[in-house]
Design a protein around this ligand. Structure first.
Ligand code: NGS
Length: 281
């Protein structure tokens, strides 16, 4: 019996969980506008924080309560990516998360398909790591408040409530773009994103309607916490057929998404600060 008791002890472990609120969160806001974003050389980030190859980190002093994958759809934004990684790694580390950053780059010159890249990121990430919480994140958005915890709430969460370029007001209530956190089960339940949105706009609105159709709701944190700054970029022309796609999407959600996802991984690497997939889609 004593052996059993000690076995149970080992199995349950004397897991030393990290506190629910990390003691390393800082109250002071360091980012006021995009001129505050300095690029930190990757060697320094790796050395200072002990980031593992592939852009992985977890606290060594305690067991993190939150395990997340941060997935970034990407093409041709080298400077933004460097700024993003310089800011996000220390930010996630201060939150004591167990995390991995995954960049999914679109191969070739066809129109950018943000939503499909995120579907690919979801599927490829799960081949590497067992994770229940996904954060789908544009590379040009940076969270400014340490208390905006990068973990999944029960309901899907739109991560920003206030962005500097929107004058800290949301343009519309059902906006579900830019940066969201969603549980793996919910992402599967809505069949992921549509694969049909090439070019700018509408894929996030379509995704919102998928959430609604499954009777889920979205939540946001208080704007004082869920504040972001957006890195400057040239204006992109919206795709002309996005409204048509959104209309079609109303009836195709069950068979357009994770269920019919087809792509080819042209290359992949574990870079020091992120896991990289180059995908033809
Ligand atoms: C809407 C777009 C969304 C986009 C949102 C915010 O109009 O895809 O603006 O864009 N919907 C359509 O075009 C149908 S933002 O101001 O962040 O560039 O996410």
């Amino acid at each position: 019996v004593q052996e059993l008791v000690s076995l149970v002890g080992t199995l349950q472990g004397d897991v030393h969980w990290c506190p629910p609120i990390s003691p390393y969160l800082e109250n002071s806001i360091r980012l006021h506008d995009n001129s505050d974003i300095k690029i930190v050389p990757k060697e320094i980030l790796v050395l200072k924080f002990g980031i593992q190859n592939g852009g992985m980190w977890k606290p060594s002093v305690c067991q993190s309560r939150y395990k997340v994958a941060v997935v970034i759809p990407y093409r041709n934004r080298t400077h933004h990516l460097k700024q993003f990684l310089s800011h996000l790694h220390p930010f996630l580390i201060r939150q004591q998360l167990d995390y991995r950053i995954i960049v999914v780059e679109q191969y070739g010159n066809s129109e950018f398909n943000r939503a499909k890249l995120l579907n690919i990121g979801f599927v490829e990430t799960l081949k590497l790591v067992d994770v229940d919480c996904f954060i789908f994140h544009d590379v040009d958005l940076l969270p400014v408040n340490d208390f905006n915890i990068y973990a999944c709430t029960y309901l899907p969460r739109h991560m920003y409530s206030a962005v500097d370029t929107f004058r800290y007001q949301l343009p519309y209530r059902n906006l579900f773009g830019g940066t969201i956190a969603i549980q793996r089960i919910h992402f599967r339940a809505v069949n992921g994103f549509s694969n049909q949105f090439y070019g700018w706009g509408g894929e996030d609105d379509d995704f919102y309607s998928r959430i609604e159709r499954k009777s889920l709701r979205i939540i946001r944190f208080d704007p004082k916490i869920a504040t972001y700054i957006m890195l400057p970029h040239p204006k992109v022309l919206p795709s002309e057929d996005r409204f048509h796609r959104m209309n079609e999407g109303k009836t195709s959600q069950d068979y357009d998404g994770l269920s019919d996802l087809s792509y080819e991984i042209i290359d992949k690497k574990l870079y020091q600060l992120y896991t990289w997939f180059l995908a033809a889609c």
